[in-house]
Design a protein around this ligand. Sequence first.
Ligand code: KG4
Ligand code: ZN
Length: 391
Amino acid sequence: MAFILGIESSCDETAAAVVRDGEQVLSNVVYSQIATHAEYGGVVPELASREHLRAIIPVVREALSEAGQALETIDAIAVTQGPGLAGALLVGITCAKALAFALEKPLIAVNHIEGHIRAVLLEARQAGDEIRFPAVALVVSGGHTHLYLVRAPEQSATWRYTPVGHTLDDAAGEAFDKVAKLLGLSYPGGPIIEQLAKHGNHNAVKFGPVQIKLRDKGIRESDGRNPRRRSANGDTEPQFHFSFSGMKTAVLRYVELSDMKVGIDQRRRSIAQLPQASGQDFLKIIDQKTLDLIASFQRAVIDDLVRKTLAAATEYQAESLIVTGGVAANTMLREDFSQRSEREGLQVHFPSRRLSTDNAAMIAAAAYPKLLAREFAHPEFSAEAGLALGK
Ligand code: KG4
Ligand code: ZN
């Protein structure tokens, strides 16, 4: 049996968790900084680092005590190396290094995106679900919108990742957050948009198909139907990229053309009076036209994510899908993926909502195969804000 203490501090959550054998969560403590960043409508890096510094030791202590473990009984310490905010990552890394050095325990550096993907294992096996490979994984959060082909050679514990698509501009969660901000809603935008969208007509506003111009190749990908580009050797290779900044601009244009600015400013003023505004608070002061716009925007983002992920699954003859990251907490996204996958005979795996958003259990889960393979971090390793996964 191996007990891994995971530490995560890549963005605005300070988290620590203890996981047994890469699959069983014994504790999963997440201290969210949302309240600190809410008034700015997004994460402020300097404030994030300061909050991580305050929270990291109490959060690690709590994770150990909830798991009934002590530092001495832990077998390894795992920490997020990147991608993320450099200053934020350094807080977790410094803490993990100090613990590993003082306790003479192995230290394992984990890619945050791999953590999101391996989070599915924390529940799938317990529910008797075996993940079939190859799988296509969609990692969709405030910082990432990435598609990977995932293979487990000979069903080994170590998975191999091939990137097959990513966003060329905003991440999907970032688009939710920016649209919420421009409509005078609170941060983070995803959960509030999801709540309000239930009261709107998602067919009311038409968003054109996402068009990605591949200028360097002289080829245009339109609507995800012909997602191919020419590789260096002249062969065509599949491509499943995303772009969400156009949808955000379309919302802005609709707001301007429909004279919605005055209503948005009023909403901002009345919400500023409340310490933490809920969906119910917004419902009291929001008009139907805005609700329709919100519902149509959510529909358009989800359609695009589902369509491209399924197209990638077909292209790579995937046996299953893994859908993970903060935006995977969205109920409509889950329902659409479940329905479409069932029709196409694909298994789909989501971590539960708590394990979809940032947490440290996923970091400990991703560290387990590295512990088995004795892939330990060099004591001199540092944060990598732009760390990539796979090749
Ligand atoms: O994975 P996460 O906690 O942090 C990052 O690694 O980014 O994801 C946070 C993102 C935010 O952009 C938030 O608006 C979005 O996930 N999000 C959602 C929902 N819950 C969180 N987006 C859509 N629907 C939701 N229910
Ligand atoms: Zn994340």
